[in-house]
Write a protein that binds this ligand. Structure first.
Ligand SMILES: [Zn+2]
Length: 352
């Protein structure tokens, strides 16, 4: 007697998990990286708090790290705050496009500088950028330009710069840098007749006042919206975050579709009630990160403030009509203790 065995091979199809950004069904092996609600470039938390697991796929995580967070952490207002808080890694971005810092006054007025690191004095060290300065006959001052921004000789003369009798200031290291800028200017029709017409400033010493022009472009806006959306998924969970009503902001974050102003508001009042009162004295309760999320009618909104500095508002949707999920949450990320704590909400009539 033979007993017949029939073998049934059941191929278990891996249960796919949808990524909250690309919405693709992916297996667990595509979720190896941890997605930090607040990028680690803004400080590492002591415990595994404010981390999304198996919710943001590795492809999206990698894309965000390379194409968005790099600039959000190093080429933004928050990037300067990060330097001020001495958060590592310190290496500055070689080519910053969104921050233009210039010496505010004195002999070096207008000179373009780059913030480097926090010095022992508690101030930020700056270094000179590669640049050329031209004497403006109208203002009686030098204006400086980085290589890509240097106008042609014709444009400079047209705008009232004196190229004939005034020295051109070349700010460059000897060697490669110097040769590069001379050659570049030559291609723009600007020729230096003799070495005497170049000037180099010595190293910047002492305290100087620097004024920074900061551009919040789409990349930075997408980065800020992503922090808020990560937090939303952290609080509300994957399935709610996948609701198609949130597709516009999802596509803005992932593909840059749409207009940033539709999702992000800049310069909101401080998140903490006490900070609203302290603002006029130039003081604040914390220099840590703050983030909240909650409903405002049928709008789902988040408030975000890195280093409790600028406060942004992020709107996820403005006409929600599906199954409503109660969401009202806030967290504080203390940069000194590395602890993340929940914020306590009090209704207004309980406040003094
Ligand atoms: Zn994805």
């Amino acid at each position: 007697m033979y007993q017949k065995w029939s073998i049934i091979i059941v191929i278990l199809k891996g249960l796919g998990m949808q990524c909250i950004y690309c919405k693709k069904d992916k297996s667990l092996s595509s979720y190896q990286r941890r997605e930090h609600v607040i990028p680690q470039g803004f400080g590492k938390v002591a415990t595994d708090n404010l981390i999304l697991r198996n919710i943001v796929c590795d492809d999206c995580n990698k894309y965000f790290g390379e194409k968005i967070e790099l600039f959000l952490c190093k080429d933004s207002f928050e990037g300067l705050e990060r330097l001020r808080h001495d958060i590592k890694p310190k290496a500055p971005l070689k080519k910053r496009r969104r921050i233009k810092s210039k010496v505010y006054s004195g002999q070096l007025k207008g000179l373009i500088v780059r913030e480097k690191r926090l010095a022992e004095s508690g101030r930020i060290d700056v270094e000179k950028s590669l640049q050329a300065g031209f004497y403006n006959t109208q203002s009686g001052e030098y204006d400086y330009f980085e290589p890509n921004d240097i106008p042609s000789a014709e444009e400079l003369s047209h705008k009232g710069y004196n190229l004939k009798t005034k020295e051109i200031a070349i700010i460059a290291e000897d060697g490669e840098e110097y040769d590069f800028i001379i050659q570049h200017m030559h291609s723009l029709g600007i020729t230096l007749k003799s070495k005497e017409r170049t000037a180099k400033h010595d190293k910047i010493t002492g305290n100087i006042e620097v004024e920074a022009d900061i551009t919040i472009d789409k990349i930075i806006m997408r980065g800020l919206c992503k922090i808020a959306f990560n937090y939303f998924a952290f609080i509300a969970g994957r399935s709610f975050a996948l609701n198609q009503i949130f597709d516009p902001i999802r596509h803005f974050i992932l593909f840059g579709e749409g207009n940033g102003d539709d999702f992000l508001g800049i310069n909101l009042p401080p998140i903490l009630y006490d900070d609203q009162k302290l603002e006029k004295f130039g003081a604040k309760v914390t220099e840590g990160h703050l983030i909240t999320i909650g409903w405002n009618g049928n709008k789902l909104v988040s408030k975000l403030s890195l280093f409790n500095s600028l406060t942004y508002g992020v709107e996820f949707c403005n006409n929600f009509s599906g199954v409503w999920l109660p969401i009202n949450s806030g967290h504080h990320f203390d940069l000194k203790t590395k602890e993340v704590t929940e914020l306590l909400f009090l209704s207004k009539h309980m406040l003094p």
